[in-house]
Design a protein around this ligand. Structure first.
Ligand code: KG4
Ligand code: ZN
Length: 464
């Protein structure tokens, strides 16, 4: 079963095709980061407009790169909640329209639940619509070999990774398929390749116009290929149930225990800011660029994580989090360090912070934020003894989080490649498959977006 996934809940427009909830055939993401970074955060109106500009070309690109016509697609899955209302509307309306037009079943997907399903993608065939002869064989023989020895030791994993790279390079040098980076990067390359696009033309227009006139092969694909990745480093197997999921993104921080697909329990969640939001806000205080997560992680590499003592919140709920106090503690400590009191405007603070202080604060904040998450995850592991522990959401890209969990958990921590941790449609299409096994599709004429919806409210009322 091949599912087309569509994601537009925040500032990434994405479409992917995934087969049987485990094999990614295409993965296209157009990020708006370069637009929003000028404002230090996502501007909802600009986000919605930018989604409209690229949604059709992005869907088309995902189909083409998967080598699929509409006849090959069995269903459409789309993020309908939660997120920015204007952003959600674009993807949802596109999906509804396509479902009606091509007569496909439509599965509305909860974005936070989808983040967890990034961990279920374990195979790739990014063959850009070319014949699969040779490539399929290579992958299948690799798979067979792995199936016969499913152990997950570090050396096994390493040798798998190196063989994946080997398979892809033997297959087809131009096969990879990721719109990495921003539209502006894409534009830079596209302009270089096509030569005829004037200064000031937006990348969006380039691709939209190219699609409209069917001359896209001149401008867009070459440029995209030049910025794409060779392959994803995928896990060797899907996580086992019961599965403990630590979901950490810009909008969510929660611990969820999955007994099976669709059968899960929320153990705890943040009572104020999400952890990604705290990374973004602390980055602003320190004068580091948006999005704060990656820039804090980078700055932290050069800092002393023990230099500043920052508080860990104590919460009444055993598995609840709080990050607002930590963020304020950083603000006060920075003010103290530069000799200004709390009346000093916080937007002027970064100008007074030197690099050494910035690196030390980034490292000290990251250590405490990550420890807070890991303390609770370990406590939940001890109480529930799950068969697997996965991390999901944008903050799951954080290497310090992965390192601390790996150090403290008695079983290996499982996570998806970074490209599947931040917002994307592969996770949406993957979850779509499991929902389609147990649930009836939605009526494309009536699906509504829900900007604010807890994952537990989207729980499956199983109908099959
Ligand atoms: O899942 P995501 O792409 O979007 C939401 O659904 O929110 O997550 C975005 C969040 C941002 O707050 C970003 O700062 C954070 O994930 N993030 C990171 C890292 N990469 C992205 N946080 C910490 N370390 C990272 N390496
Ligand atoms: Zn997300």
């Amino acid at each position: 079963m091949k599912i087309l996934g569509i994601e537009s809940s925040c500032d990434e427009t994405a479409a992917s095709v995934v087969e049987n909830g485990r094999l990614v055939l295409s993965h296209v993401v157009v990020s708006q980061i370069d637009i929003h970074k000028h404002y230090g955060g996502v501007v909802p109106e600009i986000a919605a407009r930018s989604h409209i500009e690229v949604i059709n070309p992005v869907v088309q690109e995902a189909l083409e790169r998967a080598g699929c016509s509409w006849d090959d697609i069995d269903a459409i899955a789309v993020t309908y909640a939660p997120g920015l209302v204007g952003s959600l509307l674009v993807g949802t309306l596109a999906a509804r329209t396509l479902a009606i037009l091509h007569d496909k079943p439509l599965y509305p997907i909860h974005h936070v639940e989808a983040h967890v399903y990034a961990n279920f993608v374990v195979e790739q065939d990014l063959g850009r619509g070319t014949s699969r002869t040779g490539k399929g064989e290579s992958r299948e023989s690799l798979e067979r070999e792995l199936d016969s020895t499913p152990s997950k030791t570090a050396s096994r994993r390493e040798s798998y990774d190196s063989r994946v790279a080997d398979v892809s390079s033997r297959v087809e040098p131009s096969s990879p398929l990721v719109y990495e980076g921003s539209r502006y990067e894409t534009f830079e390359v596209a302009r270089g390749e096509a030569g005829a696009i004037s200064e000031g033309t937006s990348a969006t227009r380039v691709s939209a116009a190219a699609y409209a006139t069917e001359t896209r092969s001149e401008a867009v694909p070459d440029g995209i290929e030049a910025t794409s990745l060779p392959t994803f480093r995928l896990p060797t197997h899907q996580p086992a149930f019961p599965m403990l999921a630590l979901i950490v993104s810009g909008g969510h921080s929660q611990l969820v225990l999955f007994r099976d697909h669709g059968d899960y329990e929320l153990l705890g969640q943040t009572q104020d800011d999400a952890v990604g939001e705290a990374f973004d806000k602390v980055a602003k205080i320190l004068g580091l660029p948006y999005p704060g997560g990656p820039s804090i992680a980078e700055a932290a590499k050069k800092g002393d994580a023990k230099r500043y003592k920052l508080p860990k919140a104590r919460m009444p709920g055993r598995y609840d989090f709080s990050f607002s106090g930590l963020k304020t503690a950083v603000l006060r400590a920075v003010q103290h360090e530069v000799g200004k009191d709390f009346t000093f405007p916080s937007h002027e603070l970064p100008g007074l912070v030197d690099d050494e202080m910035r690196h030390n604060f980034a490292a000290s904040f990251q250590r405490v934020a990550v420890e807070t998450l890991v303390d609770k995850a370990i406590a939940a592991y001890r109480e529930f003894g799950p068969a697997s522990v996965v991390i999901a959401g944008g903050v799951a890209a954080n290497l310090e989080l992965r390192r601390q969990l790996a150090d403290r958990l008695p079983i290996p921590i499982e996570y998806a490649p970074i490209q599947f941790c931040t917002d994307n449609a592969t996770m949406v299409a993957t979850l779509g498959y499991y929902r389609a096994q147990k649930l009836e599709p939605a009526d494309p004429y009536t699906v509504e977006v829900v900007p604010s919806l807890s994952m537990t409210k989207s729980k499956w009322a199983i109908t099959k």
